[in-house]
Ligand binder design. Structure first.
Ligand SMILES: [Fe+2]
Ligand SMILES: [Fe+2]
Length: 251
C-alpha cells in the first residue's frame, strides 16, 4: 500500500484521502474546531478585533482606511501579492527547516490556505475587471526583516516566525476593519478570511515558542514596536500594509 509506486501513482493525487485532506481546510469540523478563536460566533463578534488590538501595539489608522477605500483596485492587487508572498514565505521555512515536523505540517497547511486565498482574490479581480499588474512591495516586510537576527540559525527561525505572526495579525486586523466599509461581496469575502488569518498568527507564535529555549516575549515586543512605527508613520505609496498617506500624517 505504501510502496513508492503507490505514493507517486496518479490515483493518489485524486485519492479520497487526498481529496478529504484538501477539503479539510474548509471543513465544518475545522471551522467548528475547539479553538475559540476559529469559531463562527467569534468571527461575528468584536472579540477577535479586540484580541488583535490587545496583541498589536496600535490599530490601523483611519487615514489608511480612507486611503484603501480610494484605492480599491490597488488594494486587491496588493492583497493578491500578499497572499502569494505568505505562501512563498511558508514554503521557504519548509525548505530551510526540514527536521521540524510540526513546522512542516503547519506551514504546508498555511501555504495551501494562502494559495486558496490568492485564487479567490484573483477571481474577484477578474469579476471586477481589475487587471493584475506587477507592483513593487511596500516597505513593511523589509522594515520588519531589517531587525531580524541572522547569525544563529535558531534565532533567525525565532525572528522569522515572530515576524510571520505579526504580519498575519495585522492582515487579519485590516480585513476586520475594512469589511464593514466595503461593498457586500468584498466585505463578506474579507470576513471569510478572518478565521484562517487569526489561526495563522497563533500558529506562527506557537511555533516560535516551540523551537527555542529563549523567552520569545521580548522579541515579540521589539518587533511590535517596530511594526507600530511602520503603521503609524507617513508612507508615499498605498499598499495593503502601508503606513498613513504623507498628507494625513500629523493631522
Ligand atoms: Fe491569507
Ligand atoms: Fe495568512
Amino acid at each position: 500500500m505504501n510502496s513508492p509506486e503507490r505514493v507517486n501513482s496518479p490515483e493518489r493525487v485524486n485519492s479520497p484521502e487526498r481529496i478529504n485532506s484538501l477539503e479539510r481546510v474548509n471543513s465544518p469540523e475545522r471551522i467548528n474546531s475547539p479553538e475559540r478563536i476559529n469559531s463562527p460566533e467569534r468571527i461575528n463578534s468584536p472579540e477577535l478585533t479586540q484580541e488583535l488590538e490587545a496583541f498589536l501595539h496600535c490599530p490601523t489608522p483611519a487615514a489608511w482606511l480612507d486611503w484603501a477605500l480610494q484605492n480599491q483596485a490597488l488594494l486587491l492587487i496588493d492583497h493578491a501579492n500578499c497572499e502569494k508572498k505568505a505562501a512563498s514565505n511558508a514554503m521557504g521555512l519548509m525548505y530551510r527547516h526540514v527536521a521540524h515536523t510540526d513546522l512542516l505540517t503547519k506551514m504546508s497547511q498555511l501555504a495551501r490556505e494562502e494559495l486558496l486565498h490568492f485564487e479567490q482574490v484573483v477571481g474577484l479581480m477578474a469579476e471586477r475587471g481589475i487587471s493584475y499588474q506587477r507592483i513593487g512591495p511596500s516597505r513593511y516586510a523589509a522594515g520588519l526583516r531589517e531587525h531580524m537576527r541572522t547569525d544563529r540559525r535558531e534565532q533567525a527561525l525565532t525572528d522569522s516566525l515572530i515576524v510571520g505572526a505579526i504580519v498575519e495579525a495585522r492582515s487579519c486586523e485590516r480585513f476586520a476593519r475594512l469589511a464593514p466599509l466595503l461593498d457586500a461581496q468584498l466585505g463578506k469575502f474579507y470576513v471569510s478570511l478572518l478565521r484562517s488569518e487569526a489561526r495563522h498568527y497563533k500558529d506562527y507564535l506557537t511555533l516560535a515558542a516551540q523551537y527555542t529555549d529563549e523567552d520569545i516575549e521580548p522579541r515579540v515586543q521589539h518587533f511590535l514596536a517596530v511594526e507600530k512605527q511602520l503603521i503609524e508613520s507617513e508612507d508615499d505609496e498605498f499598499r495593503f500594509h502601508s503606513g498613513v498617506p504623507a498628507r494625513a500624517a500629523g493631522e
